[in-house]
Design a protein around this ligand. Structure first.
Ligand SMILES: C[S@@+](CC[C@H](N)C(=O)[O-])C[C@H]1O[C@@H](n2cnc3c(N)ncnc32)[C@H](O)[C@@H]1O
Length: 159
């Protein structure tokens, strides 16, 4: 994730006054740090993040602890198709898709019923996932979408 994308995530989470965020693909927690910082500055909230490599998750946890943000983050270890299938917030304000590109559509399908009107979905390198782009790009599916930078597809859930 680039520095600009991190800043974009922070701005979007502040602008939407996000309280509930879901992240697919934690890695070392760089994006998680930006999103959790925004939650803190929004007055608190819950960030669920998913990663299937335990060694990466251990480093992410340490990074969030070092940043004083661990209390806002729920780390879910394992395949996100399973870990994000249950116990989600009733209303999701913001989603970051940054795991295996081929799964973007399946992960969005898990979260879709809980996206609040105006929820923001940031998809990294969605160019590699034409099915996902087709889904959010088809007006009947209830999204507005646009490529925002070379590597980010930015979408909102319509009410
Ligand atoms: C590009 S990295 C994420 C970078 C992170 N969002 C950041 O900006 O700091 C993608 C991560 O997604 C994880 N991943 C890929 N497929 C996954 C899956 N099905 N479930 C959970 N994690 C997955 C990979 O292990 C990898 O660490």
């Amino acid at each position: 994730m680039s520095r600009d994308t991190g800043r974009l995530l922070y701005i979007l989470a502040r602008a939407t006054q996000a309280k509930a965020i879901v992240e697919f693909g934690t890695s070392f927690g760089l994006s998680t740090l930006h999103l959790a910082s925004a939650l803190r500055d929004n007055g608190g909230g819950r960030l669920i993040t998913s990663e299937f490599e335990p060694s990466k998750l251990a480093i992410a946890k340490a990074n969030l602890a070092e940043g004083g943000l661990a209390d806002l983050v729920e780390f879910r270890e394992g395949d996100a198709l399973q870990t994000l299938a249950t116990d989600l917030p009733d209303r999701i304000d913001l989603v970051l898709l940054d795991g295996a590109k081929a799964l973007y559509g399946d992960i969005l399908a898990l979260l879709e019923p809980r996206l609040r009107p105006g929820a923001v979905i940031v998809a990294d390198n969605a160019d590699y996932c034409p099915d996902y782009l087709e889904h959010v790009g088809s007006p009947a599916n209830g999204y507005l979408t646009m490529p925002f930078t070379d590597d980010v597809e930015l979408s909102i859930r319509l009410g």
